[in-house]
Design a protein around this ligand. Structure first.
Ligand SMILES: Nc1nc2c(ncn2[C@@H]2O[C@H](COP(=O)(O)OP(=O)(O)OP(=O)(O)O)[C@@H](O)[C@H]2O)c(=O)[nH]1
Length: 369
């Protein structure tokens, strides 16, 4: 039996199996197997097509962060890209116009955000079909997924895209499960829960799944009592999982009723727009910036006023060391200390080392040896 048939057989068995306490254990094992075969399939496809890079639409990462637009054909991705970035892409009045991804740059609050419009064909990616797989491999590199949806279509579009991404290991708006897992040479499988489990993940299930993965010695520490079997499977497949934020953008609100717009707009991580009527464009840009969670740092030369025009942009939770690295990879070696003004400083200015965490809109003077 080939991998595709194995996947199909497991999916069918899972659909046949009723979900209850008695079957939870068995379903867990099936989910573990499914994750393993899906991974195998993605690897096989990558190998047979010469790797993810050979597809002709891989784009070099540039700028301070990257957002990818994902959505079905004709939902308005190219129109949106044209509205919010400085690169114009052709909009044709028929489906499948975006055959190669067109990167655009969104300039906002001093940051340069690369926005990549991925080909609209994503369906079947988890089965390794066609360009879907390549779309997914580019999506993995994103700091933010912008899922563009057609407000006039049913919620099915969103659910099927989410399921596709889920099947290839992309987790949207989810934190990595709080489970410590390490393979060992000897000692058997040791499982510890910091507090009694509240969800379906039990010591027995963990042991059974690990046995199926041929792991006979390991240490597992479950630090969150809400962790599920799916979470544990994600942890053992950790190299193939990406936890990415997602912004849901409903376009074409000009074509639906006000009640419907109102309902959509109330969903979490959601913006409603109309590219045609130029509605919600500021909101979508603001939300992209907000979701990316970037920090602006203004540098100040000794004896001069800080320059507020051209901030350095770093990810939130960055340190002075990360900032130095973003200036130049050898800069850290020359670093002596930094003076920091702003909300991260205990007093103004605070003398700091490389490990100091910076906040959005801090002002920093760097001193070198
Ligand atoms: N009513 C309405 N139509 C829109 C809106 N935005 C885009 N369209 C129309 O939707 C169609 C598709 O727009 P595109 O921007 O090419 O969509 P796309 O998602 O890039 O499509 P592919 O390139 O096929 O992936 C075009 O005919 C647009 O005129 C909108 O806000 N309202």
């Amino acid at each position: 039996m080939g991998v595709i048939e194995k996947i199909k057989a497991i999916e069918e068995e899972m659909a046949r199996t009723q979900k209850n306490k008695a079957t939870e254990h068995h379903l867990g094992l099936l989910k573990g197997k499914l994750a393993r075969y899906r991974q195998q399939l993605l690897e096989e496809n990558a190998a047979s097509s010469g790797g993810a890079g050979g597809s002709g639409f891989e784009v070099a990462k540039s700028g301070d962060a990257r957002a990818v637009l994902i959505g079905y054909p004709s939902v308005g991705k190219s129109s949106l890209l044209g509205k919010i970035t400085s690169t114009k892409s052709e909009v044709a009045h028929y489906s499948f116009t975006t055959l190669t991804s067109v990167p655009g740059v969104l300039k906002y609050e001093g940051a340069e955000i690369q926005i990549v419009d991925l080909p609209g064909i994503i369906y079947g990616a988890s089965q390794g079909k066609g360009r879907g797989r390549q779309v997914v491999s580019t999506a993995r590199t994103a700091d933010l997924v912008v899922m563009v949806l057609d407000a006039t279509k049913s919620q099915h579009q969103r659910e099927s895209l989410e399921a596709e991404l889920e099947a290839v290991g992309i987790r949207l708006n989810k934190e990595k499960p709080n489970i410590y897992y390490k393979k060992k040479e000897t000692g058997g499988v040791k499982v510890t829960f910091t507090s009694p489990p509240q969800a379906n993940l039990t010591e027995d299930t963990i042991k059974m799944i690990l046995k199926d993965y041929r792991v006979h010695n390991a240490e597992v520490l479950v630090r969150d009592d809400q962790c599920t079997i799916d979470d544990f499977i994600d942890i053992i497949n950790d190299q193939h999982r990406n936890y990415i934020k997602c912004l849901y953008v409903y376009n074409k609100i000009d074509a639906v009723s006000l009640e419907e717009v109102d309902k959509l707009a109330r969903e979490p991580n959601t913006v409603v727009i109309s590219c045609e009527m130029d509605l919600g464009m500021d909101d979508v840009v603001e939300q992209i910036w907000y979701q990316l969670n970037l920090s602006r740092v203004y540098t100040k030369k000794r004896g001069f006023k800080p320059s507020f025009e051209d901030p350095l942009v770093v990810r939130s939770n960055s340190t002075v060391g990360d900032l130095c690295h973003s200036i130049h990879r050898d800069f850290k070696d020359k670093f002596k200390y930094a003076l920091v003004w702003g909300s991260s400083a205990k007093h103004s200015p605070q003398k700091c080392g490389l490990t100091h965490k910076i906040d959005d809109e801090d002002v920093i003077t760097l001193f070198t040896k």
